[in-house]
Design a protein around this ligand. Structure first.
Ligand SMILES: Nc1ncnc2c1ncn2[C@@H]1O[C@H](COP(=O)(O)OP(=O)(O)OP(=O)(O)O)[C@@H](O)[C@H]1O
Length: 306
């Protein structure tokens, strides 16, 4: 079976700007795949190419093995949230979805179902122009779910939401993946995906930096590092650095040390009469793993000249 989304050697330039360069990745079913990169790194352009809203210069973007344009009932195959503000402000939420359902060959009954699903049943007859940003995001997600698709593409779905809204979106994404759906969810903040994504596709300047599981990314960034807890930070930094460790103060009484095995760190701290309460392997946060990956100034930042 072909993967729900498959991107192969995709390239796209806008004049002198290369937005996407030779990008390949897949999005499997039953998983939330985070699509992460700094602002302007090419995420939206890639999503637009998958949805045939932009034409690639070369390479292919396939949905279940087919070009989007050749899908018979696209809304049933792939749902998308790209720009939630792209709703006519005078149109009522329900009418907006009815129009989408009609255009997509879907039954009107589905409209009330999705309005309930996203918590907008009460506001269904209000014009979208009166909606808050969070309500527009919910309406956009309702539109993506209209065709009950096996695959979803969501561009920054938590952008601008209040904390309650963020939790709601995260839970929704997890439950949609648990139903076996494939989700591609973009964010320019890796931390936002910490509790949501199973896998990540990381890009910078339109190029792939990593396509891997969250676990693997964290394990790689944690590799060989240890965490030391001590009330005598300055003394500990001194003895650990003299023994060859690279020491970073990571908050409170915690130091993160690389280049020094835990046995050796324990030894030098003991010899130096520095009190400490724990030396253990460090587990990097997803944000740290991401920072490590994008640290290279050549690849960090927005898309550049071709
Ligand atoms: N229609 C367009 N015309 C000209 N340049 C464009 C167009 N669309 C995108 N770009 C440029 O392509 C690059 C990638 O933009 P894109 O919106 O895909 O990035 P992104 O990762 O989605 O960014 P963000 O997180 O800010 O949404 C940027 O330099 C952007 O200015």
């Amino acid at each position: 079976m072909r993967p729900p989304i498959e991107v192969r050697e995709l390239c796209k330039s806008f004049g002198a700007i290369t937005a996407v360069r030779d990008l390949s990745f897949t999005v499997p079913p039953g998983r939330v795949t985070g699509f992460v990169g700094p602002n302007g790194s090419g995420k939206s352009t890639t999503m637009r190419m998958i949805l045939a809203l932009d034409r690639p210069d070369s390479g292919v973007a396939l949905v279940a093995g087919r070009h989007y344009r050749t899908l018979r009932t696209p809304l049933r195959e792939i749902g998308a949230l790209l720009d939630s503000s792209a709703v006519h402000p005078g149109r009522r939420a329900r009418d907006h979805l009815l129009w989408m359902a009609h255009a997509g060959g879907l039954p009107a009954s589905r409209v009330d179902e999705v309005l309930g699903l996203v918590g907008l049943a009460e506001a269904a007859r209000r014009p979208a122009g009166e909606f808050s940003h969070g309500m527009l995001q919910r309406l956009g997600i309702a539109g993506a779910l209209l065709g009950d698709p096996a695959t979803l593409i969501l561009d920054e779905p938590t952008n601008g939401l209040d904390p309650e809204g963020v939790v709601w979106v995260r839970e929704l994404l997890r439950s949609l993946a648990a139903e076996g759906r494939a989700l591609l969810v973009s964010s320019h903040l890796m931390g936002e995906l910490e509790d949501t994504a199973d896998r990540v596709v990381v890009i910078a300047r339109g190029r792939l930096l990593a396509e891997t599981t969250v676990e693997d990314l964290v394990a790689r960034a944690s590799d060989g590092r240890i965490t030391v807890r001590t009330g005598q930070r300055e003394q500990a930094i001194g003895v650990l650095a003299r023994a060859g460790g690279t020491v970073v103060a990571t908050g409170g009484e915690q130091l993160t040390v690389s280049g020094l095995p835990s046995e050796r760190a324990t030894e030098v701290l003991t010899e130096g009469a520095v009190s400490f309460s724990g030396v253990r392997p460090h587990r990097a946060s997803l944000e740290e793993a991401y920072m490590e990956l994008t640290r290279d100034p050549v690849v960090n930042g927005s898309a550049g000249e071709a």
